[in-house]
Design a binder for this molecule. Structure first.
Ligand SMILES: NC(=O)c1ccc[n+]([C@@H]2O[C@H](COP(=O)([O-])OP(=O)(O)OC[C@H]3O[C@@H](n4cnc5c(N)ncnc54)[C@H](OP(=O)(O)O)[C@@H]3O)[C@@H](O)[C@H]2O)c1
Length: 280
């Protein structure tokens, strides 16, 4: 039997599960089998990107799975090098051809690249692609409040989601608050800190022992209680199952606070501050 995962509703009405599968590094036949297995376990949200070079793998996993396409929420992302309007349109089409899908449920601008200053143009392409039925919901990743404000001011359309780096060492308190006040859902990337030292943190280990869960489950539960959608990546069927088995316990305020307090100003995994960092 597959696991139950609660749903979150976006500002445009699309509903999606509170936990999905990250797919960075899931490629080829092994990747397709890992993704298919996740779907069998109950995952319905799949996160990919043009730059992960695995949109084809995701499409293949969907075809290998017995879950109907309409029950899945499939995401991809527009790379920085294709942010002009025309390139964005053809990249969205190329993403669909690679996955052999008729539409993406969610399509995100991968990085704002503010020095390049083309993200508004790219956003106009996403708005049109949604009108043409190629995408059901449009959002962004790594956008700071100043970038989000500009999108709405210049196009009148607000993103449904902002996917940002978020884990106990970088809890993004201010950015999450801003999202909440502006009706944008936060989605956490690298929710497990890409399996860094956070998985061996003593304070979280104690909380995990108390709940008879493991550290990863406690961290994912913390994301859920913060109101963020998480997309942990795992190639392992065992860990995939663990990562969605987080809806039978809850953390109290003290435990939530103890995890949030682990944040540090330099807690980003690779110092990728969207104000200056650019990715193409
Ligand atoms: N928008 C962006 O700019 C952006 C940037 C980075 C990532 N992302 C997205 O976010 C997704 C998740 O982030 P991520 O892949 O960087 O890191 P992550 O999900 O935080 O961590 C993945 C690592 O944790 C391990 N792991 C997973 N579950 C575990 C568990 N229960 N116990 C112990 N280890 C566990 C995985 O190993 P195994 O596979 O061996 O289990 C893998 O090494 C990505 O896959 C991608 O889809 C987006």
């Amino acid at each position: 039997m597959s696991q139950w995962i609660p749903e979150v509703t976006l500002n445009d009405g699309l509903t999606l599960p509170a936990v999905g599968l990250g797919t960075y590094k899931l490629n080829g036949n092994e990747g397709a089998n890992a993704i298919r297995n996740a779907v069998r376990l109950g995952y319905r949200l799949i996160d990919s990107a043009y730059n992960y070079e695995n949109e084809g793998t995701v499409g293949e996993a969907i075809r290998r799975s017995s879950v109907p396409r309409q029950d899945l929420i499939v995401t991809s992302k527009l790379p920085g090098r294709y942010q002009s309007y025309d390139k964005a349109v053809s990249t969205i089409q190329e993403s669909l051809y690679r996955a052999n899908l008729d539409y993406y449920d969610l399509y995100l601008i991968h990085w704002p690249n503010p020095k390049q200053d083309t993200y508004v143009e790219a956003w106009e392409a996403l708005i049109d692609a949604k009108k043409w039925g190629l995408i059901r919901s449009i959002g962004v990743c790594n956008f700071l409040p100043e970038h989000l404000k500009r999108l709405e001011k210049e196009t009148g359309v607000k993103p449904s989601i902002n996917q940002i780096e978020l884990h106990p060492f970088f809890n993004q308190e201010n950015q999450r608050k801003w999202h909440e006040e502006n009706n944008i859902i936060t989605e956490s990337w690298s929710p497990l800190g890409r399996a860094n030292a956070v998985l061996h943190n003593e304070a979280i280990q104690k909380i995990a022992e108390h709940h008879q869960k493991n550290v990863a489950q406690v961290i994912l539960r913390w994301h859920y209680q913060l109101g963020a959608i998480t997309i942990p990546k795992s190639a392992s069927p065992k860990r995939q199952l663990e990562n969605i088995s987080i809806f039978d316990f809850s953390l109290d305020e003290t435990e939530m606070g103890m995890i949030s307090e682990l944040t540090r100003p330099d807690g980003r995994l690779k110092n990728q501050d969207p104000a200056t960092y650019e990715e193409f």
